[in-house]
Design a protein around this ligand. Sequence first.
Ligand SMILES: CC(=O)SCCNC(=O)CCNC(=O)[C@H](O)C(C)(C)COP(=O)(O)OP(=O)(O)OC[C@H]1O[C@@H](n2cnc3c(N)ncnc32)[C@H](O)[C@@H]1OP(=O)(O)O
Ligand SMILES: CC(C)C(=O)C(=O)O
Length: 513
Amino acid sequence: MRKIYVLDTTLRDGEQAPGVSLTAQEKVEIALQLEKLGIDRIEAGFPATSLGEVESVQQVAAAIKNATVTAFGRCHERDIDAIREALKSAQDPCLHLFLAISPIHRKYKLHMDKAKVLETAAAAIRYGRKYFDRVEFSAEDSSRTELDFICEVVDMAIKAGASVVNLPDTVGFAMPEQYGNIFKTVKETVPGIEKIQLSTHCHDDLGMATANTLAAVYNGADQIEGTINGIGERAGNTSTEEVALALETRGDYMNAKTGLVLNEIYRTSRMVSKYTGMAVPGNKAIVGANAFVHESGIHQDGMLKERTTYEIITPETIGLKESKLVLGKHSGRHAFKERLIDMGYLLSEEELGEAFAKFKALADKKKNVLDEDIHALMTNKISPSSGIYKLEFVRVNYDNHSAPTALVRMVKGDGNVLEQSAEGNGSVDAIYNAIDQATGEQVELEDYMIKSVTHGKDAQGEVHVVLKQHEETVQGRGMSTDILEASAKAYVDALNRLISQKNRRLRGNISIS
Ligand SMILES: CC(=O)SCCNC(=O)CCNC(=O)[C@H](O)C(C)(C)COP(=O)(O)OP(=O)(O)OC[C@H]1O[C@@H](n2cnc3c(N)ncnc32)[C@H](O)[C@@H]1OP(=O)(O)O
Ligand SMILES: CC(C)C(=O)C(=O)O
């Protein structure tokens, strides 16, 4: 197996995602988690950006003991000097320089001809080598560059003293076969190529970043560059986790693997999402909330018989506890019967047929059929509410001289009405105290995020909360044009999930909910 080195650039290219800006402390925490994940090279930032960026990179460099720390900059002595300052306390530093080489960038952006590009890059690499043992050179926009000029650039970089040469697909334009061919040609034709490592860095503008990265690896790339959750400039970068899992799962085909500690992937993904504020889409490969959830009957039946029918990776591989089968409109008799057995209902075939028909009728009206719905269905009392508690009313009294108070009214699934008021440190805290007192549940609020999902003064706000009770953690969401109502809805949603989760029994590592 060939070892593929991983340069993770979540803290540099990932931070270039619109709207993302990380504090020094957040960068350090993410870097430490990347170190745990087994990343070989952590790109900490672009020091010439600002003094704050120099300081952030310095803090990352000082904290990391078991990975190379790189910092990025242009072919300018002032950028290199900023990187020297930022990496001065790194145990294993690497300078990362770039210059665009494509006709479009040469003509319109840099106003340089080919000779000037070669001269500028060589001078910068030589200057960098005075201070750094290792220099990576990135030939920006390689995939839109003449193949013979790419070879000339790689030759120049080797002669000037680079140890890694990166051939990026900067604008996500390459097709896998074409991109792979660049690496093949460079490997076969550039003299002294064995002295350096070749690296790949792709963007996802056409949704092909991972495919292109793998094509490069297949054709001889030694290092891949990516970001956690695929965040980055525009449509983002190659997802580090996707490449690691693709190589792990299809090592038979690629004969290459990263050294990543795969069961740290999920934790890393969620930390990056939290600090960048960029939600992970539910259907995102590997780390999306639905990646190990099965909804349709035929798949659930397959999973219950043998999980490899529908899962090519186990959730445990990336550090998740279990796969899930959710009961809904597309579920079949097998999953429904298993769920009933879990809940203690042993039915004859005839009774099962009747219950299944009622279940399907309910599932037509309701997205997810929860345990309490099934209990109600089994006792002929089908609950119309989607959870155990339904928020009916919330009122907040606020002025800037006294503690805010909140009054909430909720209806339980059995029809009981609960009403409670409470004070808090802020309006949201007051609402949450009132809900806790009304339900009697003791939970910790682990996380609270709010974002606007539409524009204008009447924008819809979406609140996302994470609640913890003992070892159980749940998420909840609420939407409203009023952020206090959205906050209350998210909390009640999370409580309902917590309560139904408590009632659930595990079947091996597959839970049915
Ligand atoms: C593919 C990538 O991801 S590239 C990295 C993108 N990241 C960033 O841009 C980091 C944040 N950037 C910044 O804070 C600023 O752009 C700075 C501080 C780096 C530079 O700011 P300014 O000096 O105001 O220049 P500005 O950004 O407007 O323009 C870039 C200049 O660098 C030049 N340039 C671009 N790439 C390179 C390079 N690799 N080497 C040398 N010069 C370059 C451009 O041609 C332009 O030069 P010009 O002023 O002579 O026309
Ligand atoms: C220059 C390289 C590293 C890059 O960020 C890109 O091409 O997107």
